[in-house]
Design a protein. Sequence first.
Length: 335
Amino acid sequence: MKNVQSFLFRIITISIFFFIIINSSYAQKDSLLIGREYKITLFSGFEMTGTVRSVTPDTVKIKTKYKTFNVPQEQIATIEDLQLIRTSGDSTHVIFKPDPNESRLFLGSTGKTLKAGHGYVSTALLIPWVAVLAFPFANIGITDYINFGVGSNISAGAFIKTYPDLIFFTPKVRPFHSKNVNISLGFAHVIQFRQTTYDNDNHFGFLYGVSSFDIQNTTLSCGSGIFYGFDNKKLAVLPHPLFMFAFEYRKEKDTKLISENWVVFYGDNGDDSDIGYVSILSFGIRQIKGNFAFDLSVLGLLTNDFSFDPGGGSGKESTIFVPILWGSVAYNFEL
C-alpha cells in the first residue's frame, strides 16, 4: 500500500511542476498588446473591432473606426487577435469574466474561491439505481480567500429509509493565488442525524487540499484528502488518502465540459499484495445561462470490491462498473 501511495504522490508532484511550466509558457499569449488590432465581444453580444490603446486591471481602451470605448473587463466575453487570424488562421480567445461557478466541480471543489459577497444556492439530483437523492446546498464568499458552505440531503425513492439524514458544513481557505495557479485547503464536516438526536459518533468528515491551474480555456485541478471520524468520541483518521484529478474546458462563454475523477486505494490488514480500489469517474457538461448554471453528467463507480455492488456480495474480485446519473442547477448571486 505504501508503494502505491508513494507512486501517486510522485505523479501528482511532477504534474504540479509540469502544469506550472505550461502556465508560464502560455501566460504571455493572454496579454493584450498596445497598438494591436482585436475583435472584442461582450457578454451582451455586442462586438467591436479596433486597436487597443491601453489596458488596466479594470478596463480595456479600444479605438474603433467610429468611436473609442473604455470597456470594463468584467463585461468582456472573448477577445480575438486579428493579426493571428490573418497570419496563421488561428486566434487567441481570452475570457476575462470568470465563470461564477469556477470554485466547484460536480461533486468536489477546485482550488479557486468565491469573491467576497458572491455566492450560490444549488440543488443536485443523484440517481443511484432505484433511488433519488437531493442535495440542497449554499455557499458564499466571506472574503476573496475564505468561503463557507452548508448543505443537507433529502432522500426520496423506493428505499428512502435506507439513506441517513445529513447536514454538512464546507469551509474553504485559499492561501495561495496567482494569475494561473490557485491552491485551497478545506474540509467537509458531516453530522448524521438518527431521528432527532445525534452524538459525537455521528460526526465525520473529509479534510482536503486542491490546486487548480489555468491554461488558456482549460483548468486542471488535482488534490487529495483524508477521511476522519469519531470512535467512542475519539478522533480517528482513515489511513488511505483519496486522490482527485479533474479538468474543465470552456470554449464558449456559456458552455463548459467537465471531467472529475476520484480514487482511493486500500489493502487488507496492511497486506499490499491484495490491493482494493474504489474510483468515481465522471464526464458531463455545464450550461451557464445568466445567473443560472445547469450540470448534467454520468458518474461511474469503478471498483474491484464487490461490497460496493448494490446486488450484494463481498470480497475483491473482478472489476465492476456502476453508472450513476448526476444533475444539478445552481443560482449565482451577489450581495
